[in-house]
Design a binder for this molecule. Sequence first.
Ligand SMILES: NC(=O)c1ccc[n+]([C@@H]2O[C@H](COP(=O)([O-])OP(=O)(O)OC[C@H]3O[C@@H](n4cnc5c(N)ncnc54)[C@H](O)[C@@H]3O)[C@@H](O)[C@H]2O)c1
Length: 323
Amino acid sequence: MKILITGAAGFVGSNLTEALLERGHHVTGVDNLSYGELRNMDDFIDHKNFIFVNGDVCNYSLIENIKVDLLIHLASQKIPRYSNSLRTLEENQSMTKNVIRKSLADDIRLLFSSTSDVYGKNPQIPFSEESNLVLGPTNVKRWAYAVSKIYSEHLIIGNNAEHDLKYTIVRFFGSYGKNQNLTWWGGPQSGFITKAFNNEEIEVHGTGLQTRTFTYVKDTVQALVLCVEKEEVATNKIYNIASEAVEEVTIIDLAKTIWKLVNKNESEAKLNFIPYSTFGKYEDVMRRVPDISKIKAELGYASEYSLEQGLKETIEWQLKIIS
Ligand SMILES: NC(=O)c1ccc[n+]([C@@H]2O[C@H](COP(=O)([O-])OP(=O)(O)OC[C@H]3O[C@@H](n4cnc5c(N)ncnc54)[C@H](O)[C@@H]3O)[C@@H](O)[C@H]2O)c1
């Protein structure tokens, strides 16, 4: 298959591109390197079936003439924690409109990356694809990210109803691993590994009792490859992509596990609790637990990595990069 991937120099994009090239697909990757890194593409930048285009997906002419069979849209702004929400809202909306326009013009399927954050504060655990999306007030800017993804999902489904747009929407739950962004942008595990390695206090936001499930990137990629290759089943569907719900862990326990793995159990984890008020008016999601029965039943997905196995491989990669 010929595939266009936006955000190819980012974390998920680079891991997915590598896997798709290994499976014989042709990939054109687009990225403006705002958060991605050229080094993430080192392993495949010279691959004969890979083309890299450096540019902004908000600019439609950049993607207009790239002829492919499938468009995977990963480029995105994320939760505005240290910045304001305007860029998240405007850039995500602009990119979604462009990838929809492109998919309709060329009559190709659009695989859109949404987020588990859309389930928001819904207290009914676990979250299935049919669960309610429960967000907080508009003056808490962190919800702008979920809003931008929900709006994108609605735009896609509306275009399916009106113009027969073919789509697959995936909602990721905390993916981590090789090529993750080394700042908070890459998720809590990323910053925790660097702090533990430097023997510094790990910064835990809030009480640390909030829970998450984390998905090793090889499992995330396995699920995405199934969505790509099992087109007849995955078309016009929404799937959660995550590890099994039994891997639910508090952020404190995540920090302690990482400290133990990095420092070989020789000392107690040093933790520094950062109050949410540091980010202005903020709300966290206290429990985020996936129901992945749909993707297991329909596409045969089976997550293979425990949190500890995935963290060990991630730590090995990250320590090489930072040292
Ligand atoms: N990583 C996760 O755990 C996770 C969880 C939920 C949802 N997601 C979603 O999955 C997708 C991939 O996430 P990721 O973790 O790989 O993020 P990432 O930031 O590592 O990768 C996104 C890439 O898109 C690029 N990009 C951003 N804006 C662009 C623009 N206007 N034009 C061109 N390129 C642009 C960035 O430079 C970056 O390389 C995103 O849509 C994100 O919202 C990820």
